[in-house]
Ligand binder design. Structure first.
Ligand code: BGC
Length: 796
């Protein structure tokens, strides 16, 4: 019925009207065509709460949004390994969206954490695609079951922030499908998001928005995606190519700056009429989708969601070390709390996911709310100044305490959307303070607040270590309840904590040439690398302790063989062998022959979080479809089941897999035939460009500076201003204008803004400024930078 309606509407639309639909109306909404009964629909970020900007819109998280719940960020919520909680988070956010008449929430982000320095890792779930895909799918199902559309992002291979609008991710087909696309595939197949957001970057030479292979061949044909493809904000590259490739809607509005040229191309057939119809159809479908009205009291909803945010935080905090049961705290413990982070606890990341919550509870406030008595010393400041007096005072107080809780973490300026971190280390003054306090008090408990891994040079000096990530508005409360034992920690790492940055397989390439990025390590990312290369890590993927203990036994399987279309059921007995109730995450990994090329030693294929009373045993069952054993065949361009035997491992981290069994795969003998360089068989040390070229046929292009005279609209203000004083002055003016209203014009928001403006190609800036930086202005600026003063004057 609906379909016929849309068909009729499409027949009645002129090409111009169809074209109008394919670009947004303003910063957050689509273009309506009321005479044709096509309303506008409204979008908001995502993904850790609703960032609904009633007034001035921006995609940088700068202008205040309507108060909404700040849920744990993805890097934290992933540590719950709890699909039901992710579903509830989606549900909670959907209701807040309903209450603001928002139709679509821009999230979740399921990109793989390729390198721990990516500034936006706090917004992504995991280094593992199965985990990221499952969590993303649950979040989407929770949101969409309440009638609000999701926009899965950022499709695809958006794994760095520096130069994100100009970078080209060069990825071989096996890594592309088995690692980088896999989380998207799972989320699309299990939750059918109403839309997907294509990334800023190029993939193997083609911008995500122009990428026919990804948007049509893979997403729509192979995975059966039915929804709309929407560009990331300002990510449209070439309107004609984009629509032909599968993009449906350009966001935000570029004031239709490309429409007339695209209509001319429609006449010549360069733009396919069918593709334009498809794009318009998808926009109409979204616009006409009825959305539930919010009934109830928004403040009651915010209170309910605050409780949910706290529950998710309590389930996500990871206990990494607990020597001599230093935790939970005892009521008689004389405590000292140290750290600026205890008082100004970061609970979210900067950028487009920035939420304006009604209230946020710091660690200090959380401890007080749980009636935990303590003394407090600042100890260090975020700005990494040598604060000898503060450290000395903390040291003095530490001598008088039974236990010292030291809260460390990354200051906001260190990690954000828009730029990458420059180091894996915490600020030096924080690391120094650990040394000082450990000298006077052996009972140190460190709480870590950061959106991504950091090095832990003091690991041997602390008895307790709790990892909080950036855990939403109720982080302080959740943390206090774990410290005092009201809650038994059950979070598990969704990514590996390496010992040193040099251990990261992409350490030699990441951020070296930001424009052309060869993913030389292929699928050896995270535990897929550390485990196969046998590199020691601080904490492995899947790891997390509890105040109780568990035992796994009696692994059984219902079949010894598996063929395409079949499935296998595993069962295992899990016992809580300790004195208190707790939850354990049972993890199932499929193994591979250690000598097989381009295969991890093990890969996660199932998991379950199981609550158990003290002494209780439960049988946990898992169903693994044949897909869990399949590999990407780069020649046939499809998933195939290989032939041979595979080990199945069950345990509680990628490095603790006590139970195993074997299954025979009745598949094809020749899934992978290419002879590969040795690094892809035994990945020790770093890969190199020549090997990667043999594997993939791809090689990074050198990053060359554009000479004066050759600047185009694809160059950035930073590049243009190098050789031209007037351009520098204009750029400074734009910068001043954009940052003048910020509370701290030198703070993290200003830095973020700086980066974003200076490193965005001019044409993309023009697309997003709602006509303020128009095409004629852009042309003059480029002419000026090229020292072509006549052109700059006449504007041609
Ligand atoms: C981000 C997206 C976000 C959009 C709208 C972009 O800069 O990459 O994740 O949804 O802005 O704010």
């Amino acid at each position: 019925m609906m379909m016929n309606d849309i068909k009729t509407t499409l027949r009645n639309l002129s090409p111009q009207e169809k074209m109008t639909l394919t670009s947004g109306h303003d910063f957050w909404s689509s273009e309506p065509l009321y005479p044709h009964n096509i309303p506008s629909f409204r979008m908001s970020d995502g993904p850790h709460g609703l960032r609904y900007q009633a007034q001035a819109g921006d995609h940088l998280g700068l202008n205040k949004s309507v108060p909404s719940t700040s849920f744990p960020t993805a890097s934290a919520s992933a540590c719950t390994w709890d699909l039901d909680l992710l579903y509830q988070m989606g549900q909670g956010i959907a209701k807040e969206a309903q209450s603001c008449q928002v139709d679509m929430v821009l999230g979740p982000g399921v990109n793989i954490k390729r390198n721990p320095l990516c500034g936006r890792n706090f917004e992504y779930f995991s280094e593992d695609p199965y985990l990221a895909g499952q969590l993303g799918a649950s979040w989407i199902n929770g949101l969409q079951d309440q009638g609000i559309a999701a926009c899965l992002k950022h499709f695809a291979c958006n794994n760095q922030e520096n130069d994100r609008l100009l970078s080209d991710s060069l990825v071989d087909p096996v890594a592309l499908h088995e690692l980088y696309l896999e989380a998207f595939r799972i989320a699309v197949e299990q939750s059918q998001p109403e839309s997907i957001m294509c990334a800023y970057n190029k993939i193997n030479g083609t911008y995500a928005s122009d990428n026919y292979y990804l948007l049509t061949e893979v997403l729509r044909r192979q995975w059966g995606f039915k929804g709309a493809v929407i560009t990331d904000w300002g990510a449209l590259n070439n309107k004609v190519k984009a629509i032909n490739a599968g993009t449906d809607l350009e966001m935000p509005s570029s004031q239709h700056m490309f429409d007339q040229a695209a209509l001319a191309d429609l006449k010549t057939g360069e733009l396919s009429a069918q593709a334009l119809d498809r794009a318009a159809r998808h926009v109409i479908t979204l616009a006409r989708q009825p959305r539930p009205k919010f009934e109830g009291d928004r403040s009651v909803l915010l209170t309910q969601n605050a409780t949910l945010a706290q529950k998710i935080a309590e389930n996500s905090i990871v206990l990494l070390k607990n020597t001599a049961h230093i935790l939970p705290l005892q009521p008689t413990d004389k405590l000292l709390v140290v750290g600026e982070m205890a008082q100004h606890t970061r609970y979210q990341g900067a950028g487009s996911s920035h939420i304006n919550p009604p209230a946020a509870i710091s660690i200090i406030a959380g401890l007080k709310s749980e009636n935990i008595q303590f003394n407090y010393q600042v100890g260090y400041r975020f700005d990494n100044q040598q604060t000898t007096a503060l450290a000395a005072a903390a040291r003095q107080s530490a001598q008088e305490a039974d236990k010292v809780i030291l809260v460390l973490g990354l200051p906001e300026v260190a990690e954000s959307e828009g730029f990458d971190r420059t180091s894996l280390d915490l600020p030096a003054n924080q690391n120094d303070l650990v040394d000082q306090l450990a000298q006077v008090n052996p009972n140190l408990i460190i709480l870590l607040v950061a959106g991504a891994p950091v090095t832990l040079p003091w690991l041997d000096q602390t008895k307790g270590l709790l990892n909080l990530y950036l855990n939403g508005e109720n982080v302080g409360k959740a943390c206090a309840r774990i410290l005092n034992g009201q809650v038994n920690p059950s979070g598990k790492l969704a990514e590996t904590y390496p010992i040193a940055y040099k251990d990261v397989p992409s350490a030699q390439t990441y951020d070296h040439n930001t424009r052309s990025v060869a993913y030389e390590e292929s699928l050896y990312v995270g535990y897929r690398y550390y485990d196969k290369a046998n590199v020691a890590v601080n904490f492995p993927f899947g790891f997390g302790l509890s105040y109780t203990t568990f035992k796994l036994a009696q692994l059984q399987r219902d079949t010894t063989h598996i063929a395409p279309g079949q499935q296998l059921t595993l069962s295992v007995a899990l016992t809580n062998t300790g004195p208190i109730a707790g939850q354990e995450v049972v993890q199932v990994y499929v193994g591979a022959d250690p000598k097989a090329p381009l295969t991890p030693l093990t890969a996660l294929k199932a998991f379950q979080k199981v609550p158990l009373a003290p002494g209780e045993t439960k049988t946990v069952t898992f169903t693994l479809p044949a897909q869990a054993f399949m590999q990407w065949d780069p020649d046939l361009e499809q998933w195939r089941l290989p032939k041979g035997s595979r080990r199945l491992y069950v345990g509680t981290s990628s490095r603790n897999l006590p139970l195993e069994t074997v299954v025979t795969l009745d598949g094809a003998t020749s899934v992978r035939t290419q002879a590969l360089p040795q690094w892809y068989i035994t990945p020790v040390g770093y890969p190199n460009a020549t090997d990667f070229e043999l594997l993939s046929g791809l090689r990074a292009k050198p990053m060359l500076a554009t000479p004066v005279g050759a600047f185009t609209a694809m160059n950035t203000p930073r590049e243009l201003s190098k050789g031209s004083l007037p351009v520098r002055q204009i750029t400074n003016l734009i910068r001043h204008y954009q940052t003048k209203d910020l509370a701290d014009p030198k703070g993290s928001e200003a830095q973020f803004m700086d980066k974003i403006i200076l490193d965005t190609p001019l044409i993309r800036l023009s697309q997003q400024t709602q006509g303020q930086f128009s095409l004629p202005m852009l042309k003059r600026l480029v002419a000026l930078a090229n020292h072509n003063y006549w052109r700059a004057l006449v504007g041609k």
